[in-house]
Design a protein. Structure first.
Length: 213
């Protein structure tokens, strides 16, 4: 069944509502000061400590943050990094920090071979929509048929689909792409960084049901 990540969480209550609704992972953003969902590394550690076993706490961050805070990272509950920036040796980083690595990939080319190169050495590839001037989190929907081609090209590396997903369109996205996972942030919010528990639950329900069809 499709794996669901609720990203951009900033509050304990939103961790609880996502987990209670059946999320497989929750994401915390650190290292992106311009984002309204950005929180400090210390706050990430606090919120990750609220995540129960069998749900993955994911740190969405940059290579610079990992370079500075790597020793502290090993002391948190974080078990997965969604890592932007330069990653020279994913395998070494994985072993050193004891984490899984998600590689973000902005979809802006029909050449799926580029995605295959980006996915090499990582535990998953996360597609997001190309918007000039942004690294991701644009809230705009991707070309799902192209994402399906990327999914096929990078196998056996799993594809995580993000970009403009919401309770209203996630079923169609899952049916079209058949991703390993879907990732949502703004599509389940009342305001930036504040999740709507009802929309979170509806998103998870519709994603899971679509994967059974």
């Amino acid at each position: 069944m499709v794996w669901v990540k609720i990203c951009g969480i900033t509050r304990e209550s939103d961790v609880a509502s996502a987990v209670g609704a059946g999320a497989d992972a929750v994401g915390f953003i650190c290292g992106f000061p311009a984002s309204p969902r950005n929180i400090s590394f210390e706050r990430v550690a606090e919120l990750a400590g609220e995540v129960p076993p069998f749900v993955s706490p994911v740190l969405v961050t940059t290579d610079e943050v990992v370079e500075r805070r790597g020793s502290e990272l090993r002391e948190t509950q974080i078990n997965t990094l969604q890592l932007y920036g330069i990653v020279v040796d994913p395998d070494r980083l994985r072993k050193t920090l004891g984490v899984r690595l998600i590689r973000p990939y902005i979809v802006k080319s029909e050449d799926v071979g580029l995605a295959k190169v980006e996915a090499a050495g990582f535990d998953a590839l996360l597609t997001d929509t190309y918007v000039p001037g942004k690294q991701g989190g644009s809230g705009s929907a991707s070309d799902w048929r192209l994402c399906r081609r990327i999914r096929d090209a990078i196998l056996p590396v799993p594809l995580m689909l993000s970009g403009g997903l919401s309770p209203e369109n996630v079923a169609e996205a899952v049916a079209t792409v058949r991703p390993f996972a879907v990732d949502v942030s703004s599509g389940v919010e009342r305001s930036p960084g504040v999740k709507d528990a009802g929309r979170v639950a509806e998103f998870i329900r519709r994603a899971k049901e679509a994967d059974l069809r």
